[in-house]
Design a protein around this ligand. Structure first.
Ligand SMILES: Nc1ncnc2c1ncn2[C@@H]1O[C@H](COP(=O)(O)OP(=O)(O)OP(=O)(O)O)[C@@H](O)[C@H]1O
Length: 248
């Protein structure tokens, strides 16, 4: 079944075209990576898929719900880890998980069990009752990751999940992400870390200028070709093509 469907999507900010004409479909159970240079349109795409922005035209669906007209329904089904966001400074991690559990309608005993299990998995048990404003950037990121997966959503959108994490925790998060995908869930990863995308993703889309310019399965690349090679070649080729006069 299809988890994400995007058809002829367009979005501009004034006269700045962020999404030119994007069509993409992601199946349930895929670990899909979205790569692209700065300004390619990745964040805009994610914000449209999670109901934070309305498209100018085109259709989108997340597990069959339209984020433009049913944003609450999408947010109920999906987990979201935005880049550069922190848990509320005035809450402890435990209070934040209680809050996430309440808006997700989760029973108290499940919230307590998941709080303990996430704190143990990512190593912040000793910080569960510390105000978030007093956590390090990496500790805040651990709490945000746990919050995105807390209700075990079938689709998760994660933007630079490994930012600010030490190498040990990065490995734990990668292991968790693989197992989460192996359990049949869909993960959409936005990142600039091409190696991480190559390591984790079953499929990678490369965006440039608001379009999808390549759709790659890293496991199927020739042994002497890396995803970084494909990324650089694709972006170079697209830049060259755009420099050509229209009639050549
Ligand atoms: N709120 C906004 N107002 C005006 N222009 C915007 C706004 N948000 C994004 N843009 C523009 O839209 C284009 C796409 O931006 P977007 O943030 O989607 O790219 P991105 O691929 O996520 O980039 P990055 O990798 O740098 O985060 C860029 O040219 C950006 O300047």
């Amino acid at each position: 079944m299809t988890a994400i469907e995007i058809e002829s999507l367009r979005k501009s900010y004034g006269d700045m075209t962020a999404i030119a004409n994007l069509s993409l479909s992601v199946d349930e159970g895929e670990f899909f990576g979205l790569l692209g240079p700065n300004g390619a349109g990745k964040t805009t795409t994610m914000e449209i898929l999670t109901g934070q922005l309305s498209p100018d035209s085109g259709q989108t669906a997340v597990l069959g719900a339209d984020p433009a007209t049913q944003p609450t329904s999408v947010r109920e089904r999906a987990g979201i880890l935005p880049e550069k966001e922190s848990p509320p400074s005035f809450m402890t991690p435990r209070e934040y998980f209680d809050f996430v559990g309440a808006i997700r309608d989760m029973p108290g005993d499940v919230v307590a069990a998941r709080t303990a299990s996430w704190a143990d998995r990512l190593g912040f048990t000793a910080k569960l009752d510390t105000l978030s404003s007093d956590l390090s950037r990496g500790q805040q990121q651990k709490v945000m990751i746990a919050g995105a997966f807390f209700h075990e959503p079938a689709v998760v959108f994660i933007d630079e999940p490994l930012a600010n994490l030490d190498p040990i925790v990065q490995e734990r998060v990668k292991r968790f992400l693989r197992s989460y995908r192996d359990a049949g869930n869909t993960i959409i990863l936005t990142t600039h870390d091409v190696d991480v995308a190559a390591e984790l993703c079953s499929r990678v889309g490369i965006m440039y200028g608001g379009n999808l310019v390549a759709d790659v399965r890293p496991a199927e690349l020739d042994a002497d070709v890396t995803l970084l090679d494909v990324f650089l070649d694709t972006v170079d080729a697209t830049v060259d093509r755009e420099k050509q006069p229209a009639d050549t």
